[in-house]
Design a protein around this ligand. Structure first.
Ligand SMILES: [Zn+2]
Ligand SMILES: [Zn+2]
Length: 753
């Protein structure tokens, strides 16, 4: 037999190897193998088994890594789709689907010495005091790791050896599974009572989960239930109880003999979230292990969690982006929580979007996919409007809690009062004072992103925009230039605000960060206990958790933070949320700026009023009448969607098109520019077949220079992305760029600023 192998070194080619007799029957599609390649030995994945090869004198497979094949045929098929759609070699896609800890040859199960009790034959020998102490513990545990025994009893290994000599215990080497959540004490929970909206949503999802036909390997196969009714968009406001719907849908999948994958943004993978899933399935007839996959696990923990899934012992997986590749089989349900989150997009190759991969995997395996959000992405809602996804709505909070009252404060008026540029409005200051007096808690939110990249007048709210692309111009302080990074449009920085009735000369000097907010707050409220939470203060792994625990237990009055505090957190005593400068995300140089601001405001506002007292939200803004702010104030997602989709339609932005972003990087700016222009010419010539193609750029990337590299980008827009990807794969192979200029392709990028 012959094995066709994809090697880890990206060569866009496959190679045939002979399977030696000693491995007969052990090599399957998806096996990881070590093979000779030139003078080297390299790792690869078997992609097919053949009777014969056209190549003579095949070299043999040297070693099989692991007892089970690591890439199941279904995941292999998914990797092939990723390679094709996201325009990358299969080797790179295959690397993306296996955690590094599983791919590595060296990583394995951890072996430890265990002490176990041996039933005494005949009478109990007389023991010394130390021996007796150790024996008591062993008798109680029946079996435990030697290290653990020594720690518990303070005894020595010698004492335990003496017990072994007496025939009372056995000491053996055994696999000891690493459990990242071993320290947590998890109490089982029962399904909660659902309100009518939750029940209706759950019923539809459950109905779609059916036992799968024995094998289904063709994508878009003609199924009895059409694919559309298997992908749901669950639009539920903050606090509407989406997680409980997920939990009961998973229970239904388990009852049908199928497993589930739950994706959550990395930042929401708090121990509390994980605990909710573990607690529900820790006992009872649906008991199963819940495996967790995310980047804070050690390599060993990740290895063990992954293999628990592969062996079928863990039927539920909860994890960040890459958990979408978990080898759950059969797979009945995929949940993508907070589906609008940008962290689902991988920023390096393979540059896949886990939400979109989830939908494709669901179709390939006949699994139900539930995309959940309080603020769905325009892409997903557009698909729901066109009946590609089935829409489930949960417009009210559980337990009849009210959505918070949102007040928008016009900061232009505050600043015109003549005391210079203010951080806090009078209204917000008074509101904070009132809440602190009642011993309630406050969250102040500042989205620091893009803080220095747009030019905004603090008096009238004017923002410099590109006349061609409707994105904010990027302000390059050093060069005193305004630049559009989509089309390359350039403008000089005005001396005074260009609004004729304003003419503010201080236009160039605005900006603030979380640190300044914290300092000012300390001066205004000297008695309050204030903590700041952003990536600067969170140096250690437990910091995040410790600050949240302190906040939960009332040791902090005011929490100041960035995106980190926007999501999924539930604090019943928080009654006031202040968004210090809503414009910061509104004027980033990205056509999704409005959408992101709407999402952020809605999510942050959702932190208020989760307990018995009604919540209140203050949004401070320099452009208070911007639709993103006004629709968020009224909790009006459909209204926001309607006006935003019109804007996208006019300028042919997603979801009315798809984007491919070509990035060229290099140390020599002239060479990079020259190459970028060359690439643009080639694209115009070669892609004339795509009638709706729009080519913009080359233009300097928003981050124009990173790690001493100059970066230029070209943006392509079309509705026919599958075709464009195919062309790009062929073209990028054929271009000969200078050796020190690197080209990368990003399909469906989410972050342009
Ligand atoms: Zn102005
Ligand atoms: Zn432009």
């Amino acid at each position: 037999m012959i094995a066709r192998v994809t090697l880890e070194i990206a060569l866009r080619k496959e190679f045939d190897y002979a399977i030696p007799p000693e491995f007969a029957g052990q090599v399957e599609v998806g096996s990881r193998v070590k093979v000779p390649f030139g003078p080297r030995q390299v790792l690869g994945v078997v992609t097919s088994l053949l009777e014969a090869s056209t190549h003579p004198n095949l070299r043999p497979v040297l070693k099989i890594i692991g007892r089970q094949s690591q890439v199941t045929p279904r995941v292999l098929q998914l990797a092939r789709w990723i390679a094709e759609y996201y325009c990358c070699p299969v080797e790179i896609a295959l690397k993306g689907v296996l955690p590094e800890a599983v791919r590595k040859e060296a990583e394995g199960w951890r072996q430890r010495l265990f002490v176990s009790i041996v039933p005494p034959s005949g009478g109990m020998p007389k023991l010394t005091r130390r021996q007796q102490d150790a024996w008591n513990v062993i008798e109680e545990w029946r079996e435990l790791p030697l290290q653990e025994l020594l720690r518990l009893t303070g005894t020595t290994a010698k004492t335990v050896r003496q017990l072994e000599d007496l025939g009372l215990v056995a000491i053996r080497r055994k696999v000891s599974e690493r459990d990242p959540y071993a320290q947590e004490h998890i109490l089982p929970t029962q399904p909660l009572r659902l309100n009518p909206e939750q029940s209706a949503a759950l019923a539809k999802i459950q109905k779609a989960i059916v036992a799968p036909p024995s094998s289904r390997l063709t994508p878009h196969a003609s199924d009895s239930v059409p694919a559309a009714s298997r992908t749901f968009l669950l639009h539920g406001v903050t606090g509407s109880g989406k997680t409980e719907v997920y939990l009961q849908a998973i229970a239904h999948a388990l009852e049908q003999g199928q497993g589930a994958i739950v994706l959550v943004p990395e930042i929401s993978l708090t121990p509390q979230t994980v605990e909710r899933f573990k607690a529900r399935f820790s006992s009872g007839k649906l008991q199963t292990l819940v495996a967790v996959l995310h980047s804070h696990l050690s390599a060993g923990e990740r290895h063990d969690e992954w293999h628990k899934i592969r062996q079928g012992r863990a039927r539920i997986v909860i994890g960040a982006r890459s958990a979408i590749f978990a080898p759950v089989d059969p797979l009945g349900l995929i949940v993508v929580d907070e589906e609008h989150e940008h962290s689902y997009k991988q920023e390096e190759a393979p540059r896949y979007h886990a939400r979109d991969v989830a939908v494709v995997r669901g179709q390939m395996e006949g699994a139900v996919v539930v995309l959940g959000s309080a603020t769905p992405s325009l892409e997903s809602f557009y698909n729901a409007q066109r009946a590609k996804y089935a829409l489930l709505e949960m417009p009210s909070r559980v337990d009849d809690q009210k959505l918070p009252i949102v007040r928008v404060v016009d900061m232009r008026k505050e600043n015109r009062k003549g005391k210079g540029v203010q951080i806090f409005s009078q209204q917000l200051k008074e509101a904070i004072t009132r809440r602190l007096e009642k011993a309630e808690q406050v969250i102040l939110f500042l989205n620091r992103r893009g803080f220095s990249t747009s030019l905004q007048c603090p008096l009238c709210g004017y923002v410099a925009q590109c006349p061609n692309c409707s994105v904010s111009l990027t302000y390059h302080r050093a060069a005193l230039k305004l630049l559009c990074h989509v089309c390359g449009h350039q403008a000089t920085v005005p001396q005074v605000c260009p609004q004729s009735n304003c003419a503010n000369p201080a236009i160039r000097y605005s900006g603030l960060g979380t640190q300044r907010v914290e300092e000012t707050l300390g001066r205004l409220f000297p008695a309050a206990r204030i903590r700041r939470m952003d990536s600067d203060v969170l140096k250690r792994k437990d910091d995040y958790r410790r600050i949240l625990t302190d906040f939960r237990t009332g040791k902090i009055d005011i929490l100041v933070g960035t995106q980190m505090i926007a999501k999924g957190l539930h604090f019943p005593n928080v009654t006031l949320v202040g968004i210090v400068h809503a414009d910061l995300s509104l004027h980033i140089a990205d056509f999704r700026a409005g959408e992101r601001t709407f999402q952020l405001l809605t999510q942050v506002a959702g932190r208020a009023g989760r307990g018995d007292v009604e919540g209140e939200v203050f949004v401070q803004a320099f452009t208070p009448f911007h639709p993103a702010i006004q629709y968020a104030r009224r909790h009006d997602f459909p209204g926001f969607y309607e006006q935003e989709i019109e804007f996208r339609e006019q300028l042919k932005y997603p979801p009315l098109s798809r984007i491919a972003l070509l990035m060229l990087k290099g140390r020599n700016e002239e060479k990079v520019m020259f190459s970028a222009n060359h690439v643009r010419c080639q694209l115009e010539k070669e892609l004339a077949v795509l009638k709706d193609l729009i080519i913009a750029g080359p233009a300097p990337a928003p981050l124009a220079r990173a790690e001493a590299n100059y970066r230029y980008q070209i943006m392509l827009r079309t509705r026919q992305m599958t075709q464009l990807s195919r062309h790009l794969a062929r073209l990028t192979e054929s271009w000969s760029l200078p050796a020190d200029v690197v080209l990368s392709v990003d399909i469906d990028p989410v972050d342009l600023a």
